[in-house]
Design a protein around this ligand. Structure first.
Ligand code: ZN
Ligand code: ZN
Length: 373
């Protein structure tokens, strides 16, 4: 039985307290004097609060987490543990009054356009009648994009758990389980190794199902001649890992072997292109150049990668459509794939931390397409 406590004990501290000041420095550019933070992972990022309901109101001189009575005990203790100076205000039926009071005389009130729903926007229009409501995008996310040492520690542990879980259950493929059975075994191992859960629904996509980049596990029995795409991640203290490995069952056809060779080389080229100062486009191009050489550019049907953190998909996107420049401390995935029905799919994905000279790969499971007899 693995020791689950090792996964989450002695975590490197995160600088939660410093985030509020850095957020206020963004107010000018965002054109606001106050920001109402409603995206729940942004709330967690600013406060350390892990509840599922709450918002943070930040003005130039006040900041408060507004939540309901269920969290009257949990919220203050979590904020104190995180070293946060943000106040906690609890109300179950008069939250708008509290929000209005905290916003005070601020003239320009920012909302998070990507998280607020229509009805809430309408409510805030009435609540702040006469003020300017500002639709903001990516303000807190622009802080989250650069991870501190504590955040990287959590993601490294999440990645290590995913590695250990795969190593533990891989031999089960010899018994030719169904996709669903194998996914359950992997998920169970992830929990047993100390993760709080999966960072997204595990993908086990075998044979023709592998030709769908985001297939869900089915009752299909994994069979000889299959490529099996395994895409999964663990969560440690809210932070996600993300890894894909492709396993071959029995002998591969010539086309499958070429797909494996192509994607492995493309992924290696993509990881080699990651460093501070490179653009998302450079990394995407590095992968695509290799796949183009194999004549399969039309078979690589998704972006090359994405940022990872509290959310499994966050800034920056790694694709030809992104104008992001990578900086040290960004954490991104590199995950090219080739999908050809009926041969199946091959995808290889690592989660990497950008450094000044390159990157540190967090996901360490062997990358060569492993053959299970
Ligand atoms: Zn993935
Ligand atoms: Zn991914």
């Amino acid at each position: 039985m693995p020791d689950a406590s090792n996964a989450t004990s002695d975590l490197v501290p995160m600088d939660v307290a410093g985030r509020l000041g850095r957020l206020r420095e963004r107010f000018d550019v965002a054109g606001v004097d106050a920001l109402i933070v409603t995206a729940i992972s942004n709330v967690r990022y600013l406060t350390g609060f892990t509840g599922s309901a709450g918002l943070v109101v930040v003005t130039t001189d006040r900041a408060a987490l507004v939540t309901d009575g269920r969290y009257a005990g949990q919220a203050p203790s979590q904020l104190a543990a995180a070293g946060s100076d943000i106040d906690v205000e609890v109300s179950s039926d008069a939250q708008d009054g509290l929000v209005s009071q905290i916003v005070g005389g601020s003239a320009r009130v920012g909302l998070e356009a990507d998280s607020i729903v229509w009805s809430a926007q309408q409510r805030y229009e009435r609540l702040f009648d006469g003020r300017q409501l500002v639709a903001t995008r990516g303000v807190v996310e622009s802080l989250r994009i650069r991870k501190d040492a504590g955040e990287v520690d959590r993601m490294a542990r999440a990645a290590a758990i995913a590695d250990a879980a795969l190593a533990e259950v891989r031999a089960m493929l010899l018994d030719r389980p169904s996709e669903a059975e194998f996914a359950l075994a992997l998920d169970t191992a992830i929990r047993r190794h100390g993760a709080s859960g999966n960072s997204f629904e595990t993908i086990v996509a075998s044979g023709p199902n592998g030709a769908l980049p985001h297939a869900r596990p089915t009752e299909r029995t994994i069979a000889d001649g299959d490529l099996v795409v395994l895409d999964f991640g663990a969560v440690v203290d809210g932070y996600c890992s993300d890894m894909t490995r492709t396993v071959a069952i029995g002998d591969l056809s010539d086309t499958q072997a070429r797909m494996a060779e192509c994607v492995t080389a493309a992924q290696r080229a993509g990881v080699a292109a990651v460093r501070s100062g490179a653009t998302s486009r450079d990394v995407d191009r590095a992968c695509r150049d290799v796949i183009d050489d194999y004549g399969w550019s039309e078979r690589f049907t998704h972006g090359t990668g994405h940022g990872v953190g509290l959310d499994i998909h966050e800034a920056p996107r790694v694709s030809s459509a992104s104008d992001a420049t990578l900086e040290a401390g960004f954490v991104v995935t590199v995950e090219p794939g080739v999908y050809i029905d009926p041969h199946g799919g091959v995808r290889v994905e690592d989660t990497v931390v950008v450094t000044d000279t390159g990157c540190t790969v967090l996901t360490k499971s062997p990358k060569s397409l492993s053959v299970v007899g």
